[in-house]
Design a binder for this molecule. Sequence first.
Ligand code: PMP
Length: 363
Amino acid sequence: MARPYNFYAGPAAIPLPALQAVQSELLDYNGSGLSIMEVSHRGKDYDHVHEETIALVKELMGLDDRFHVLLLHGGASTQFAMVPMNFLPADGSADYILTGEWSKKALKEAKGLGKPRVAATTELEGGVFRAIPKQDQLDLDANAAYCHFTTNNTIFGTQFNTMPQTGDVPLVADMSSDILSRQIDPSPFGLIYAGAQKNLGPSGLALVVIRDDMVGKCKAGVPTMFSYKTHVDKNSLFNTPPCLAIYVMNKVLHWLKGEGGVDAIEKVNAEKAAIIYGAIDGSGGYYRNTIAPEDRSKMNIVFNLPSEELEKKFVKEGEAAGFIGIKGHRSVGGIRISAYNAAPLQAAKDVAVFMKEFCAKNG
Ligand code: PMP
């Protein structure tokens, strides 16, 4: 069966070898005669998957012993609330950098729980975002409990290519759409979270990385399931974890390690993005992306054609040619090519050829 190139923004492509590994073990995990989703989360088979997944995250992200890796329910959106529930003091503040829809959603949750500040916003009229604020545009509070930002803006196609500098204020980042796609220095991050459905595996699961000093700052009185301390103390086994999603993530991480890890995939991601942006910039204005090169996302590449009719035609013909999931987010329209880790280099090359041919025929 021929598989199309999957450019969905999330849930997104899972590497074929990971899917095949799941398939081959589905009816009989490790000689048990049972699938991994039918066995106790306290048994030896699942325990191995759980521990190995945590160890792979630590290895691939280059995390030292200061960091705890948590595997939680509720996707990234639950983290929008858990962060302020645990860290926003009743009499204090936290900074939020707004660069898109998802950071606005995170701020909304914090507003319901305390008094966050907006340290910067790049919102334009009509709720559109096209840029990442520069360091000197950040109005930072040295007493903030944390500074929250979204490393990659899935809808608007922008990405922090250098991280904000906040001194002693811990960074808290939503890395849902670029986790493990590039090397980062984890040191300034008090907490990192990511919904799994782009670079890690199936939706519903959230990866959380929390630094030890932040565990000590978790507020008392937070409901048990929403306290990071619970999950650190119980190694993400306070209740039944999303075992199947974690198991699939384990296979995705094995695949990434086999590809050479984050260092290697970062190079491929840069090459893919260069090819697709090259097709946009080389089209003589037929394809338009108005984001400054230093703010462009390597994960979600957004652009417009001269008219909505042509965009519809592009999506229709693209899908017929085997490029799935290229329609822009419903709130902004246009085209979005999401080229996460699992999208192969050849996919970028082939879609760039398709773009050139489409432009030649319809330009
Ligand atoms: N943050 C970002 C950057 C996202 O792209 C998304 C989903 N597309 C979310 C948060 C929300 O994730 P979830 O659906 O897992 O809650």
